[in-house]
Write a protein that binds this ligand. Sequence first.
Ligand code: FPP
Length: 242
Amino acid sequence: MQTDKPRHIAIIMDGNGRWATAQGKTRAFGHEQGARVAAEAFRLGQERGIEQLTLYAFSFANYRRPQAEVDHLMSLCGRFAEDHRDEFVERGIRLTVIGELEDLPSAARRAIENTIAATAKGTAMTLCLAIGYGARNDLVGAIRALTARAYAGLLLPEEVDETTIRSFMTAGSLRDPDLVIRTGGERRLSDFLLFESAYAELFFSDHMWPDFNAELLDQAISAYARRDRRYGQIGEQLAHSA
Ligand code: FPP
């Protein structure tokens, strides 16, 4: 099936550290710049009519980084939510989060929760931050919850399907991403939306995240439009169903 515009774009924002180190700056400086570019990304996404944008801000595995970097990234997430709260409301952007917020320092967590509440009525675009997120962890959490329901006699094995599983995942309310973009030169998904990206188109760029811009987003969207999405079927079947 000929693809049109992606409705949900998910981005692995990789390369802040290398970008900063290459200019003799600290990794923290790279992350600060990365957060500024993340703000530019949601504006660009909205201008292009993208319905959902998910940004991988902090992975479950990132907890293994030096504590100072973990603390800085978490406070950046809180600041990002707070600093853009009014802009989100003005733009009709609804903020959501996937992952585990439990380990977030309380100030950052409060800032994010306040912004989620303040933007809950936004209908123009959904901006989702993946924080303390790992796809495997999300699946484990869902299976644990499903098993508990089954154990309590509230769920039968034959009632478990894709929809039930999704309903227990923190990413369950998102559309499946149509396009996953990764900057920073690596060609892997790093535990990002593994279940949901089953049919996503992938776009890899060698640019570091702080260099991400409108031109690169447009390149990714154009590359997506040239792809042929068949979802396991053959071209003729999809031509008939279109
Ligand atoms: C991965 O590579 C990137 C991250 C762990 C964090 C991404 C965070 C941001 C872009 C800033 C915060 C964003 C928001 C929306 C609040 P790396 O940047 O550590 O770089 P490296 O692979 O070059 O070391």
